[in-house]
Ligand binder design. Sequence first.
Ligand code: URA
Length: 210
Amino acid sequence: MTEHLTHVTHPLVQHKLTLMRQQDTSTAVFRQLLREISQLLAYEVTRELPMTTKRIDTPLEPMDAPTLDGKKLALVSILRAGNGLLDGILELIPSARVGFVGLYRDEETLQPVQYYFKVPTEMEDRLVIAVDPMLATGNSSVAAIDLLKKSGAKNIRFLCLLAAPEGIARMKEAHPDVPIVTAAVDSHLNENGYIVPGLGDAGDRMFGTK
Ligand code: URA
């Protein structure tokens, strides 16, 4: 990917996102929409995966058919909201390896605090797709990418649902080599670090917590 930011404007993505934003959308419907939208976003973020060919036999004749090249890609969920994107993408790419980065946001400083980190081996040879629905301040995203780079990852993409201009700028400054794919760029962050107009707390909305 050459662009630092890819805004996925596909009508299905935009329609589903509007349903997700609405405050009266139930937890069950929110989760289902997130699953569906994650697959559409995954289509975009994997658009330029390296390909090779392999010799196969169709019922009619042999052919050199396209197939994915290289090591299995790694999906890394930034807990806990990342799991909502992860599930749908894994349905589409079932052989992907999976990692988790546990960061919570200190509600006062808005700074990320790490509590879990587990990723696949040979990160340096994989395309790594880090997933988190909300790119808000960018603090936790930048911290997660720092950790992934420390684990050896060199080819990283960041997939989110909503991004704030502040988070995009912070990511671009800290990790200009990490392309971002998002379904929307919203107006701004409020004083509590929430994306406006946004959709509220993505984790609470998908897990039914408060
Ligand atoms: N995390 C969320 O879940 N929502 C926001 O608006 C910002 C960060």
